[in-house]
Design a binder for this molecule. Structure first.
Ligand SMILES: [Zn+2]
Length: 483
C-alpha cells in the first residue's frame, strides 16, 4: 500500500501539527492498542498479533474461501453465502470467525445447522458435534446487509467494501476484509478463493486472479461473474471492484499476462501510466525471482484515491492513475507482501520498506543512477526534517494506535534507506543475493517472515556482523547519517 500524500505530509508534520482524527461515529473501529487486551481475561482470543491481538482466530487453518454474493451496487446491499474449507489445529467445541456488521441468517458446519452468536467483530460458532484436531471441516455462513466500512486505529481510512461513484470497491489493509465476508482475518492464514458475484447485467466485476466465466444469474437481469484466485492469499488482499469497465491486455517479454481494467471513459494519458508494467515485471523477475502468480494487472476505482494498494494480482489505483514509482511499488509488493507474507504488523517495514526500495531500483534502471541518487537524497532530507515532527519514530519501534504511526514515513522510507545502507555495506552482489535468498526462503503458503529472520539471513549470506547497522537504522530515534 502506498499513501500518495506521504511525502507532502512529512513536510507538513515537521512544521505544524495536524488536527486530531475523529472516526465516523457509526463505523466499527478496530482497536490496535495492545494495552486494551489482557490474555487472562479476554475471551475469545485472536491470533495474538502484538498490534492486533483480537484479529484472526486460533484453532484452525483456512484452506479456501468460496464467496457467493448477489450485489445491488445502487443500494449497496449484498446477500449470499461464504463457504470456508478449513482444518482444525486442535479439538474444537466452538470456534470464531471475524465478521463486522451484516446480518447472519444461518450457519452450518459440514452441512449440519450450527448455533452461532455475535459479539462486536466476532462470530462464534458451536457445531452440533465437536471437531477433532486435524479434521477437515466446512463452514457455510449465509448473510445479508449493507457493508459498512471498518475504521482502524492505525490507518485512519475507511476499510473493506465501500461505495464509489457508479459502483463499489474493496480496500482492506489491514483489517477491513471482515466487513464483506466472515474470515480468519489475519494475514498469516492464507487461502485460495473463488468469488461468485452476481450483479446487474450492465455491471462488471473485477477481482483477484482470473475470470472463469460469466453466466446468467437466478435473479432476472443479473449475471454471475466468477473469479478464481488459485494461489494462497491473505484476507486483506482479497479485492473486488464493481462498475462499468473496459480492459486492455499486455504480455511481458518473459510471458506474464497482464490485464488492466479502467472505468469507461478513462483518458489515454491515465492508461499510459501503466504502459511500462511489462518491463517492470520482467525487471523484478530477473532481480528477485520470476513473477509469482498466474497473471497481473491494474484496476482503477472510479474515484480519485489518496492511496494505491497491492491487491494480489490486481493492484488497485485511483481513477487519476499513478506515477512510475507508485506503479512499481504496488507491483513489487506482489513479491514482498503478497507472496512473501510478513509475520506481524510490527514487521510491516519488511513489505513497505522493500516495495519502496524496489520501486527506487526501477527508477535507477529506467532513469539512471543520477536520478536514483537524487531520489535517495530527497527522501533522506525529508526524513531529517521530519525527525523534529511528532510522527517520527524508528522503524523497529512503530507503534499502533497513533496517527500515521504504523503506516508512517519511517516504515516506508526509513525502511527503504535501511536496505540502501545494507547494500552499500555488503556490496551489490551480496545485497541482491540476500534479497533473492530471503524471498526464496520465506515466500509461499504457510510461511511468514520476521525482522530477525531477515537480519540473520543477511549476516549469513554476507558473512558480516550487521548488528550495529540494523540497530542504527531500525532502532535509533534519530536519523543516522545518509547512506
Ligand atoms: Zn506499499
Amino acid at each position: 500500500m502506498k499513501k500518495l500524500f506521504l511525502l507532502a505530509l512529512i513536510f507538513l508534520t515537521a512544521c505544524e501539527s495536524l488536527p486530531t482524527y475523529t472516526p465516523e461515529p457509526d463505523y466499527p473501529v478496530v482497536k490496535t492498542n495492545p494495552t486494551i487486551y489482557d490474555a487472562k481475561t479476554s475471551d475469545p482470543v485472536g491470533l495474538g498479533d502484538p498490534f492486533y491481538p483480537m484479529l484472526g482466530n486460533p484453532g484452525y487453518d483456512v484452506n479456501h474461501y468460496d464467496i457467493a454474493l448477489t450485489v445491488d451496487p445502487t443500494s449497496n446491499t449484498i446477500s449470499g453465502m461464504t463457504t470456508i474449507e478449513a482444518v482444525a489445529l486442535e479439538d474444537l467445541s466452538q470456534f470464531n470467525l471475524d465478521m463486522s456488521g451484516l446480518e447472519v441468517d444461518s450457519v452450518s458446519v459440514d452441512g449440519v445447522d450450527a448455533d452461532f452468536s455475535r459479539s462486536q467483530m466476532e462470530l462464534t460458532i458451536s457445531p452440533r458435534s465437536p471437531i477433532t484436531a486435524k479434521q477437515a471441516f466446512t463452514v457455510a455462513v449465509t448473510y445479508h446487509g449493507s457493508p459498512e466500512p471498518v475504521m482502524d486505529d492505525s490507518i485512519h481510512m475507511p476499510l473493506g467494501w465501500q461505495k464509489m461513484t457508479g459502483g463499489l470497491f474493496v480496500f482492506s489493509e489491514p483489517s477491513g476484509a471482515m466487513n464483506w465476508f466472515p474470515c480468519n482475518n489475519h494475514w498469516s492464514d492464507k487461502a485460495t478463493y473463488a468469488f461468485r458475484i452476481s450483479v446487474p447485467d450492465d455491471f462488471e466485476v473485477v477481482a483477484n486472479g482470473r475470470r472463469e466465466n460469466i453466466s446468467a444469474s437466478e435473479v432476472p437481469g443479473y449475471s454471475t461473474q466468477v473469479w478464481v484466485m488459485d494461489d494462497p492469499m491473505s484476507t486483506y488482499l482479497a479485492t473486488i471492484v464493481i462498475g462499468q469497465y473496459e480492459s486492455e491486455s499486455q504480455q511481458s517479454t518473459a510471458g506474464v499476462d497482464i490485464h488492466n481494467f479502467y472505468p469507461l471513459g478513462t483518458p489515454d494519458n491515465v492508461k499510459d501510466d501503466f504502459a511500462r508494467t511489462p518491463e517492470m515485471i520482467d525487471f523484478f523477475g530477473v532481480l528477485i525471482a520470476p513473477y509469482p502468480f498466474d497473471n497481473y494487472g491494474a484496476v482503477l476505482a472510479n474515484e480519485e484515491l489518496g492511496f494505491a494498494f497491492e491487491a494480489q494480482t490486481r493492484s488497485l489505483f485511483g481513477k487519476q492513475g499513478a506515477d512510475e514509482e507508485v506503479v512499481a511499488h504496488e507491483l513489487a509488493h506482489q513479491w514482498f507482501g503478497d507472496n512473501l507474507t510478513v509475520a506481524t504488523w510490527h514487521d510491516l517495514w519488511l513489505k513497505e520498506g522493500f516495495a519502496s526500495y524496489l520501486s527506487w531500483l526501477w527508477l535507477e534502471h529506467s532513469q539512471g543512477s543520477a536520478a536514483f541518487e537524487q531520489h535517495i537524497q530527497d527522501v533522506y532530507d525529508v526524513l531529517v526534517m521530519s525527525q523534529y515532527g511528532v510522527f517520527f519514530q524508528p522503524v523497529g519501534a512503530v507503534r499502533p494506535a497513533g496517527l500515521f504511526d504504523l503506516y508512517g514515513s519511517t516504515t516506508y522510507y526509513r525502511g527503504a534507506l535501511t536496505l540502501h545502507a545494507l547494500r552499500l555495506e555488503v556490496g551489490d552482489e551480496k545485497f541482491f543475493e540476500i534479497l533473492r535468498t530471503f524471498y526464496a526462503n520465506y515466500s509461499g503458503d504457510g510461511k511468514t517472515a520476521k525482522t530477525d529472520d531477515f537480519i540473520t539471513l543477511a549476516q549469513e549470506v554476507s558473512g558480516k556482523d550487521l548488528t550495529e547497522l540494523f540497530d542504527l537504522w531500525l532502532n535509533t530515534d534519530w536519523m543516522p547519517p545518509k547512506p
